[in-house]
Design a protein around this ligand. Structure first.
Ligand code: E4P
Length: 214
């Protein structure tokens, strides 16, 4: 399973990217609005060192506007993937962009039907938001199981990005359910490294070494 980092903070992206565990980046308008600098500059800077897909989202809500913004974003770098919201207008835009070989990531997906529509028009990625489903009392991960089954039944090439990840168990369940990608916020990536027994074990190794060898 690939790991994308879900933030628009360039320094955080850089620090985790240097570890060699990050395959790509996802941003969204809320994440970008937390950072300094213009949208284009942020995306340009990320694409100057990340050699993997970088999702940047359109703000337009009509098909023509989405296509025009998508073309501008795609021109920034060859690895830009344009995030398009899961609406009727969005699906029309994804269909047109697929024909122009511009890669898209259909975002704000909350049902298997929406994921099926996105795949049918050639989305490169689909982003089901599982944490937001959990927040309203659903079991978000069931959506991943359903989309995986549907895509496998018909050999859709659309990759499933598990999005809106809240904790490490979401990452593990995403992998167990055969997701192609988990897009993980920095604070959850940090937690993936930690286990108290690792810390206790390392402290003991070093202590024993010091007692014997000084
Ligand atoms: C994914 O592409 C989105 O940026 C993100 O995962 C949304 O997560 P949230 O529900 O924590 O805002």
């Amino acid at each position: 399973m690939k790991f994308f980092i879900d933030t628009a903070n360039v320094e955080l992206i850089r620090s985790y990217y240097e570890l060699g565990i990050i395959d790509g980046v996802t941003t969204n308008p809320s994440l970008v609005s937390k950072e300094d600098g213009s949208f284009d500059d942020i995306i340009k800077e990320i694409s100057s060192f990340v050699d993997g897909p970088i999702s940047a989202e359109v703000i337009a809500t009509d098909t023509i506007g989405m296509i025009s913004q998508a073309e501008e974003l795609a021109a920034i770098n060859r690895n830009i993937v344009v995030k398009i919201p899961m609406t009727k207008e969005g699906i029309k835009a994804v269909n047109a962009l697929s024909k122009k070989s511009i890669k898209t990531n259909v975002t704000l997906v909350f049902s298997p039907a929406q994921a099926l529509l996105a795949a049918k028009v050639g989305a490169a990625y689909v982003s089901p938001f599982i944490g937001r489903l959990d927040d309203i009392g659903h079991h978000g991960m069931e959506l991943i199981e359903q989309i995986r089954a549907i895509y496998d039944n018909y050999q859709f090439a659309t990759e499933i990005i598990v999005a809106s990840i809240r904790h490490p168990s979401h990452v593990i369940e995403a992998a167990l359910n055969g997701a192609d990608v988990a897009t993980v916020p920095p604070e959850v990536i940090e937690k993936l490294f930690n286990h108290p027994l690792t810390d206790i074990g390392l402290a003991k190794f070093l202590e024993d070494w010091k007692l014997r060898f000084g």
